[in-house]
Design a protein around this ligand. Structure first.
Ligand code: NAP
Length: 473
């Protein structure tokens, strides 16, 4: 058994008698144990977070800390990437990109801190307001409870911590049980190297049911920011009475390639966008609708690229695709491939399982009622179907309970504008895959994809509120 990796609540390093094991999804080796926090730890963390609000950090200090965080994360890029790769089975090159993206998240939050301001209210626009001066102050909402998923264990933690700090809100973070180590290391870096005072960020590790519930229901928590699956997210929204709740949830991203679309570029991009981190991204390209005139060419071009992806150890520089987060998830995706094939879809490449590894898979002939069309696959799989008219393709893309990002390849202005107006998603991309994201852009979904927008600019506005001040001259 390894030594337990402590978490920090205030300035205290917490360990517990019983630890929780963190095992590598790729080969099940024990990486570390972390504390099994209890309701008492959650309550202590919230009390400490609430207490620091009495001694607010001025915006310039917060911006300084966030700037220092960007520099420190860049300096620790390789170390952080190795932690991500091991605990999440994310191929090391992709893990490095995640660490680099976290730098941008901190930089953008620092910029937001410096520009955060309220607005003037034109009081004398109404006769009773004459002689009065009105303006708003942006004030922190209060203690933030942050709950993060396994698939971006560093950058999605950064997407919660950085805006909270920019907004002046202290945080209690519960990272995913499978991937707590990136968050714990980031927290150490923020406190030990970036000047973050104790109590502004506190970590509790433990299962969603044990520490998640008391965290989201506690009366001293003002904001809940959750990224994860719709089932857990909506149940949190029901429990978090009177709190500001931001949910970033699932998706099953569609891509349309119309008759004029650059299908060769699309094939090149999909070979990454459908298989990066074995498809375990909420905007992984999943359903691909291709104009029937291009279907054979596109399928062949994609198959050639996907067939060449290297499957293996996440710490090997050559690996493109590694294992899924658990055996249970691998069983599920394997089952959905079997269901689709049984219902008439055809395997183009992949579909084979080697213990913990699932080969990158292309299915063609997917139908709307198959799991691979209807649900979120979260695995190394894309499904193809042909279409005859853009009307049909737009209807197929929209036929989902999810709504995070969708995309269209076209050279027709009319098609691009129709996609912008008619694809009912939080984000629509033209001549790009639906998997494209930068960390400062507004990013959020509708329906089962959530109710909020990420990106530091938007998240800071979720975590602050405007207080009106009226002064009689
Ligand atoms: P998940 O199972 O919903 O878990 C997410 C987090 O919620 C984990 O920290 C989990 O803790 C915690 N949790 C579980 N039950 C809870 C409860 N009752 N109360 C409070 N917290 C609880 O999701 P996941 O498998 O980690 O992540 C995959 C999902 O996240 C996919 O659906 C994906 O699309 C979505 N996602 C969305 C975005 C986006 O921006 N929209 C980004 C990334 C991922 P434990 O780990 O201890 O169970």
């Amino acid at each position: 058994m390894t030594d337990q990796q402590p978490v920090r609540i205030g300035s205290e390093e917490i360990t517990t008698v019983e630890g929780r094991e963190v095992r590598a999804p790729y080969d099940d080796h024990l990486i570390a144990t972390v504390p099994s926090c209890t309701t008492e730890h959650v309550e202590r963390a919230i009390a400490i977070a609430k207490a620091v609000l009495a001694d607010p950090l001025p915006p310039w200090r917060r911006a300084e800390i966030l700037d220092a965080a960007a520099v420190a994360v860049a300096a620790h890029r390789d170390e952080l990437a190795a932690i991500i790769a091991e605990e999440a089975a994310k191929p090391i090159r992709t893990a490095r990109t995640e660490a680099e993206r976290s730098v941008i998240t901190f930089q953008s939050a620092a910029a937001e801190t410096r520009l955060l301001a309220g607005e003037m209210v034109p009081m004398d626009a109404a006769q009773p307001g004459e002689g009065k001066l009105g303006f708003t102050l942006r004030v922190p909402r209060g203690v933030v409870a942050a709950i993060s998923p396994f698939n971006f264990p560093l950058n999605l933690v950064a997407h919660k911590l950085a805006p909270a700090l920019a907004a002046g809100c202290p945080v209690v973070l519960k990272p995913a049980s499978q991937t707590p180590l990136s968050a714990i290391r980031l927290h150490e870096i923020l406190m030990d190297e970036c000047g973050l005072p104790p109590g502004w960020i506190n970590i509790v590790t433990g299962s969603g049911g044990t520490v998640g519930d008391p965290l989201v229901t506690h009366p001293d928590v003002d904001v809940v920011t959750f990224t994860g699956s719709p089932g857990v997210g909506w149940s949190i929204a029901e429990k978090a009475f009177r709190k500001k709740v931001g949910l970033e949830l699932g998706n099953n991203a569609p891509l349309i390639i119309d008759a004029s679309g650059d299908w060769e570029t699309a094939a090149q991009k999909v070979a990454v966008a459908g298989f990066s981190h074995a498809g375990q991204s909420c905007i992984s390209t999943q359903r691909i609708y291709v104009h029937r005139s291009l279907l054979d060419d596109f399928t062949a071009a994609l198959a050639e690229r996907v067939g060449a992806l290297r499957v293996g150890d996440p710490l090997d520089e050559a690996t493109d695709v590694s294992s899924l987060i658990s055996q249970a998830e691998t069983d599920r995706v394997e089952g959905w491939i079997g269901e689709a094939v049984g219902a008439g879809a055809s395997l183009v490449v992949g579909g084979q399982r080697h213990d913990r590894l699932l080969d990158p898979t292309i299915l063609t002939g997917i139908e709307p009622d198959m799991e691979v069309s209807r649900s979120e696959v979260f695995g190394p799989l894309v499904g193809l179907a042909g279409f005859d008219s853009l009307d049909d393709a737009l209807a197929l893309a929209n036929d989902t309970d999810y709504g995070l990002q969708a995309a269209l390849f076209t050279t027709e202005l009319d098609g691009a504008l129709r996609a912008a107006h008619e694809l009912d998603f939080g984000g629509v991309l033209v001549n790009e895959v639906p998997t494209f994201r930068t960390d400062q852009m507004p990013y959020g979904g509708v329906r089962d994809s959530g109710n909020t927008k990420e990106g530091p600019h938007w998240a800071v506005r979720e975590m602050t509120r405007e207080r009106l001040v009226v002064i009689q001259r």
